[in-house]
Design a protein. Structure first.
Lengths: 316, 256
C-alpha cells in the first residue's frame, strides 16, 4: 500500500507542478521578457479561480450563480476576466517604474483577497464555493487523478508552445528590445506603453487560467487558497531559481521548488508533534537557502536565458 | 520641412535651449555645429520627441508635432540616432536592425498564431534588408554577435544602420563620426550623400568633424548657449567672429 500512496502523491504533485508552471510562465512573460514587477500574482490567480467556480458550479441560494456552465466555458471566462482586471491596473500602473508597480500590484491583490473574503453574495466569503465540477471526476480516484494530470499537462503544453512561438517571433524581439532600452525602442517607433500593457494582460490571463485549474482540481475554492506567500512569492522564487527569461527554466524551477516544498512536508510530518510545528519553518528556510546557493553560483538561474536570435545563424 | 519656433527647454533655472528658431529645407543636409553645451542634442531630443519642450512649437511637414510621442514621429518618417549609442545590448546586431521596420506582421500577438505565412514572408524581406545594411557598414561578420559586445565605433555604425532600415524622410544624426575610423568615415560620408541624393532623405547633422561638415552640409547652423548664432554656408559660418568667439579656442578651422 505504501508505494501506491507514494504514486498517488507523485501524481498529485505533478498536477500541482503543471498548475504552478502556468503561473510561472505568466510571470515570465511579465518579468522575464518584459521586465514588469508584478507582485500580485495571487490576485489574478484568485480572479481566475472564482470566475470559473461561479460560472460552472450549480446554483446556490444567496450567492450569484452558479451558472452550471461547461468547464471549458469556465476556463475561458477565467482567462478573460483575469485579463479584464489586469487591463485597468496596467493602464494606470505601468507608467510607474518597476518598484511602484510592485507596490501597486501587492495592494490590488490584497484588495481582491479582502473582497473575496467579505462579499458573501459573490464569493460565499469564508465558506468559499463548493461543488465545482471536476473533469473526469466520476472515475475511481487514481484514474481521475491521472486523467486530470493528462488534461493540465495538455493545457500546459499548448500554453508553452504558444508562448515560445511568441517569444521567437518579431513580437518577442520587440519586447526584448523594449526591455533593453526603452528610449531607443520608442525612437524606433515602438509604442512602449501599449506593448507593456499587452504583456501584462497576456501574463495575467495565464495566471487566471492557473487559478481555474486549481479550483477545479479541489472541487472547491476558499479565501485561504489566496495566500500571497504560496500564490505570489513562491512563484517568484520558482521563476528566479529556474531562470527568468527561459520558459523551460521556469517549469524546471517550479518542479524543483515544489518537490522540496512537498517532501520537506512529508519529512516534518513524521517528527514528533512538538517538533513538527517548529519544523514547518525549516521548509521556508530550505527554500530560501537554496535560492541563495543557486543565485551565488548561477546568478541567472538554473537554466539562464539563451542568446536568442542565434537561430538566424543556424538557418544560413 | 521642419520649422522650430521659439523653442525653450528649461531644467530648473537652467535654459539648455533658449528661444531657438530655425528652419530645415527638404532635400538639404543641414549641419548643426557649436561648442559643447550649446544645446544641440537637447534640440534633437525635442525634435525627435524624447523630451517635451517647456515652450515653443515644432512643425514638421506642415503639421504641428510638438506634443506627439516619439514613436508616432518615427512612423511619419522622422528618425534619429543617439550621440551615446543606444543599442539593444542583449539583442544580436542583426536583431537590432530587424526590429526597426514599423508595422511588422509579426508584432501582433494574433498574427503569430494565425497568419504564420505572412509573418515568415515579412521576416525574410526584413532579414535580407538587414544583411544588405550590415554589408554596407562592414558589420556582416558580427551579425550574430550581441550588440553590447561591439566596439564604440561599431555601435555608432549600428546607430546609422537603424535609420537605413526604414523609409525615413528626415534623419537626425547626432555625431555619427565620433569614434569611427578614417576609412569608414569616408564611406559614411559617401553613404549619407547617396541617401540624400537618391532616396531623397533630408538630414540634420550634429558633428564636430569639420571636414565632414564642409563636405556634406549646406547650410550650416551654429548654436551657442541654446540659441542660433548664425546660419549660412560653411565658409561664412567658419569665418564669422561670433562663431570663433563661441568656440573660445576650440578652433573651428583646424580640421578644414
Amino acid at each position: 500500500m505504501e508505494w501506491l500512496g507514494l504514486l498517488n502523491y507523485a501524481v498529485f504533485m505533478a498536477i500541482f507542478i503543471c498548475i504552478y508552471a502556468l503561473l510561472a510562465i505568466g510571470l515570465n512573460i511579465q518579468w522575464g521578457f518584459t521586465g514588469l514587477f508584478n507582485a500580485g500574482i495571487a490576485g489574478f490567480f484568485a480572479v481566475g479561480a472564482y470566475t470559473s467556480a461561479i460560472l460552472t458550479s450549480p446554483p446556490e441560494a444567496g450567492r450569484v450563480g452558479g451558472f452550471d456552465m461547461p468547464v471549458p466555458v469556465g476556463w475561458a471566462g477565467a482567462m478573460v476576466l483575469a485579463a479584464l482586471v489586469a487591463w485597468p491596473i496596467g493602464k494606470v500602473c505601468l507608467r510607474f517604474r518597476s518598484d511602484y508597480l510592485a507596490i501597486a500590484t501587492i495592494g490590488i491583490a490584497e484588495i481582491i483577497r479582502l473582497v473575496i473574503k467579505s462579499e458573501d453574495w459573490l464569493t460565499g466569503s469564508a465558506r468559499g464555493i463548493t461543488g465545482i465540477p471536476r473533469p473526469f471526476g466520476d472515475l475511481p480516484y487514481i484514474h481521475s487523478q491521472l486523467a486530470y494530470l493528462a488534461l493540465v499537462a495538455g493545457v500546459l503544453l499548448v500554453v508553452y508552445l504558444l508562448v515560445e512561438r511568441q517569444i521567437r517571433s518579431p513580437w518577442g524581439r520587440m519586447m526584448r528590445a523594449i526591455r533593453d532600452n526603452e528610449l531607443a525602442a520608442r525612437a524606433m517607433g515602438k509604442d512602449v506603453p501599449s506593448r507593456r500593457l499587452e504583456a501584462f494582460v497576456f501574463g495575467a490571463a495565464l495566471m487566471g487560467l492557473g487559478g481555474a485549474l486549481f479550483a477545479h482540481l479541489n472541487r472547491a475554492i476558499t479565501p485561504e487558497a489566496i495566500d500571497p506567500m504560496v500564490a505570489t512569492f513562491l512563484v517568484w522564487i520558482m521563476l528566479i531559481l529556474g531562470g527568468s527569461g527561459n520558459n523551460r527554466g521556469a517549469i524546471l524551477g517550479v518542479a524543483v521548488v515544489w518537490v522540496i516544498w512537498s517532501f520537506s512536508e512529508i519529512l516534518t510530518d513524521r517528527f514528533p508533534p512538538e517538533v513538527a510545528v517548529k519544523a514547518k519553518y525549516i521548509r521556508v528556510f530550505l527554500i530560501g537557502l537554496m535560492l541563495q546557493v543557486v543565485l551565488r553560483f548561477r546568478p541567472e538561474g538554473i537554466l539562464p536565458e539563451p542568446q536568442r536570435g542565434a537561430a538566424a545563424k543556424e538557418k544560413r | 520641412m521642419l520649422e522650430v519656433e521659439q523653442l525653450v527647454m528649461e531644467y530648473g533655472r537652467f535654459r539648455a535651449v533658449d528661444r531657438c528658431t530655425l528652419t530645415v529645407e527638404k532635400g538639404h543636409i543641414t549641419g548643426l555645429i557649436g561648442p559643447n553645451g550649446a544645446g544641440k542634442t537637447t534640440l534633437f531630443n525635442m525634435i525627435a520627441g524624447a523630451i517635451t519642450p517647456t515652450s515653443g512649437r515644432i512643425r514638421y511637414l506642415g503639421e504641428e508635432i510638438t506634443g506627439l510621442p516619439a514613436d508616432k514621429r518615427f512612423h511619419r518618417g522622422l528618425v534619429r540616432t543617439f550621440q551615446i549609442p543606444h543599442e539593444f545590448h542583449r539583442l544580436t546586431v542583426l536583431e537590432n536592425l530587424m526590429m526597426v521596420p514599423g508595422r511588422q506582421a509579426g508584432e501582433s500577438l494574433l498574427a503569430n498564431w494565425f497568419a504564420w505565412g505572412k509573418v515568415a514572408q515579412d521576416e525574410r524581406e526584413i532579414e535580407a534588408r538587414a544583411h544588405e545594411t550590415l554589408d554596407f557598414l562592414e558589420l556582416g561578420h558580427v551579425a550574430d554577435e550581441k550588440a553590447g559586445n561591439l566596439s564604440g565605433g561599431q555601435k555608432k555604425l549600428l546607430e546609422l544602420g537603424r535609420t537605413m532600415m526604414t523609409d525615413a524622410k528626415l534623419v537626425l544624426l547626432d555625431e555619427p563620426a565620433a569614434g569611427v575610423n578614417r576609412t569608414l568615415l569616408r564611406k559614411l560620408e559617401e553613404k549619407i550623400a547617396i541617401l540624400n541624393r537618391e532616396r531623397g532623405y533630408t538630414f540634420i547633422l550634429i558633428e564636430h568633424d569639420m571636414e565632414m561638415i564642409e563636405k556634406l552640409c549646406h547650410p550650416v547652423i551654429c548654436m551657442a548657449e541654446g540659441r542660433v548664432l548664425i546660419e549660412g554656408d560653411f565658409k561664412t559660418v567658419r569665418s564669422d567672429p561670433r562663431v570663433l568667439e563661441a568656440y573660445l579656442g576650440e578652433t573651428v578651422g583646424d580640421a578644414a
